[in-house]
Design a protein around this ligand. Structure first.
Ligand SMILES: *[C@@H]1O[C@H](CO)[C@@H](O)[C@H](O)[C@H]1NC(C)=O
Ligand SMILES: *[C@@H]1O[C@H](CO)[C@@H](O)[C@H](O)[C@H]1NC(C)=O
Ligand SMILES: *[C@@H]1O[C@H](CO)[C@@H](O)[C@H](O)[C@H]1NC(C)=O
Ligand SMILES: *[C@@H]1O[C@H](CO)[C@@H](O)[C@H](O)[C@H]1NC(C)=O
Ligand SMILES: *[C@@H]1O[C@H](CO)[C@@H](O)[C@H](O)[C@H]1NC(C)=O
Length: 509
């Protein structure tokens, strides 16, 4: 694809945005979707109470005065900001019983969105008599430093520089310790939970703050997706395999589409045909269309759940299968009609789209800060090999760095994450230094390639589900859940219960 080397200001602006457009795959930095489906009963509760009231039938909203910079003692470092956290003590067994505290380590978006999608914690609160706390990540949602002023906070590196994973972890430690003091629950064990980037934070939190948490459930946490640790191709290869598993023809139709789209894009007549075939609102260049289709295949692979879901967009159960069926159904029609039918499942399952706007940059879940994180610490290499389903594109650290220079006037630190948290020889290292982490991965999830897929010790347990997608385990359970998913959750619950039991035993000694 030509744009790999072409730096138009437009492509730079879109560069790290999750609704990618004119970019080659190596420029495409997908955000991590969180788990999906709204619990049917909760949806009504939530919409009923979406007013500014602080309690909505799921949780109360609270704010904590947080320190801007935990690692410096300069005047600016002592600035404060309001950090939001959500709180539910309905089933808590209380401080007198040292009943447990379950904490969700928030990731790159509005914490309410993650909370509403983490049914696992709500469903297990009664069994563990747990207090539930969901902490928002700094710079996202309502936890924006500099007086909550986004324009200032996101203006440039002098303010954005405070957005980092290490600061976020220190926020969590500070808040948890203060909260335990306030509710006199000093001896209550804390278990942390997270999915995706939130799962990485949960795992790292257990490694760095073992005095604050007794264990972590790190779901779909690609803590190894950093330079030199995994092939940049695992991500795109996994998506290709997902489609291929539903039919060789499906895979081939998509694989051969890119050249056809590019060829069509070369003439006015061809562009007209693309606009008509894909029901586009206006004339777009073929690069936009390619980016739009790549997003559809990628996000559908991440959320290829066995039950209907609503993460970014509403989707049926097994959406990749549905896409491939749609392609088969249009057997007699043109390649563009086939692709349209498949993309329509991702972009128009609700049936409400009148035409498709390829440069829609709305960001309802407030994920935009990930752009900065991908330009500072989160250098997670992605590339596409020639045999793949996507257009070939080499991972290039230089092109990432060039765009970060252009966009933020900053140079990433590609090795900071592995310096701070490790990653090389992780089995040997963690076997000696860590305990009590569950690494869940579903192998249909493109991020699983950067996950911990083998158990490291008796207490560092990898749970791998061949049929699973991106942190499917954290979603609300449904009656239609397949057996393997129920088993995964049961296994996780059993392990968490064993950590708590052990903790109480040690407490009595
Ligand atoms: C807390 O969550 C439970 C579900 O685990 C729900 O029934 C309850 O209403 C919630 N409490 C508050 C105060 O929102
Ligand atoms: C960053 O933005 C602020 C305005 O919010 C401005 O005062 C400051 O000079 C800018 N700093 C740099 C390095 O551009
Ligand atoms: C603990 O209590 C103090 C005093 O009321 C309050 O300012 C602070 O925000 C509380 N901490 C948390 C984590 O809510
Ligand atoms: C459509 O856009 C392309 C560039 O993206 C341009 O070259 C072409 O002339 C446009 N065609 C029409 C019919 O507007
Ligand atoms: C979306 O789906 C509805 C119902 O199937 C259909 O009528 C409409 O044309 C579709 N929109 C687009 C843009 O394809």
């Amino acid at each position: 694809m030509i744009l790999a080397t072409l730096f138009s200001p437009l492509s730079l602006l879109l560069l790290l945005f999750f609704s990618i457009s004119t970019l080659s795959f190596s420029h495409f930095v997908p955000t991590f979707p969180s788990s999906s489906k709204f619990h049917p009963e909760l949806t009504t509760q939530l919409s009923r109470s979406s007013s500014s009231s602080s309690s909505n039938g799921l949780y109360e909203t609270k704010f904590f005065t947080q320190t801007l910079d935990h690692f410096d003692y300069t005047p600016q470092s002592n600035h404060k900001f309001q950090q939001r956290y959500l709180f539910n003590d309905t089933h808590w067994g209380g401080a007198n019983n040292n009943a447990p505290i379950f904490v969700y380590t928030g990731n790159e978006g509005n914490i309410e969105w993650f909370t509403q999608n983490t049914g696992f914690m709500f469903e297990n609160a009664p069994r563990f008599q747990a207090l539930l706390v969901f902490i928002e990540h700094r710079f996202y949602g309502k936890s924006v430093p500099f007086g909550g002023n986004r324009e200032v906070a996101y203006a440039n590196t002098s303010t954005l520089g405070y957005l980092s994973s290490t600061q976020a972890l220190a926020d969590y430690a500070t808040l948890i310790i203060d909260l335990k003091k306030n509710i006199s629950a000093i001896d209550s064990p804390v278990v942390v939970f997270g999915g995706s980037y939130g799962g990485m934070l949960a795992a790292w939190f257990r490694m760095k703050y073992p005095h604050v948490t007794i264990g972590a459930l790190a779901s779909s946490a690609p803590i190894l997706h950093f330079p030199g640790l995994v092939s940049p191709y695992v991500f795109s290869d996994t998506i290709a395999n997902d489609f291929r598993s539903e039919g060789e023809n499906c895979y081939n139709v998509i694989k051969s589409s890119w050249k056809q789209i590019e060829d069509a894009g070369k003439t006015d007549k061809g562009l007209k045909l693309l606009q008509k075939s894909f029901r586009l609102c206006k004339n777009y260049s073929s690069d936009f269309l390619e980016g739009w289709l790549q997003s559809a295949w990628t996000y559908t692979a991440m959320t290829d759940y066995p039950t209907p879901s609503n993460f970014m967009n509403p989707l049926p159960a097994y959406p990749i299968r549905k896409m491939c069926e749609a392609i088969e159904k249009e057997k007699k029609r043109s390649a563009f009609e086939k692709l349209y039918a498949a993309a329509n499942i991702y972009y128009n399952y609700s049936g409400s789209a009148t035409c498709f706007d390829l440069d829609d940059h709305s960001d309802p879940h407030d994920l935009g800060g990930w752009q900065w994180q991908a330009c500072s610490e989160m250098i997670m290499p992605l590339g596409v090999r020639k045999e793949s389903m996507f257009p070939e594109s080499e991972w290039s650290y230089k092109s990432r760095s060039d765009s970060c220079q252009f966009y933020y006037n900053t140079t990433p630190r590609p090795h900071w994450i592995t310096t701070e948290f490790g990653g090389y020889h992780i089995h040997q290292v963690l076997k000696r230094s860590a305990s009590n982490i569950i690494f869940f991965n579903g192998l249909r999830d493109p991020w699983s390639g950067g996950g911990v897929l083998k158990s490291i010790s008796k207490t560092l347990v990898a749970i791998v589900a061949k049929e699973g997608a991106h942190h499917v385990d954290l979603r609300y359970s449904t009656k239609e859940d397949p057996k393997w998913l129920t088993h995964v959750r049961e296994k996780e619950i059993k392990i968490i219960a064993s950590w708590i039991k052990r903790y109480y035993r040690d407490l009595q000694l």
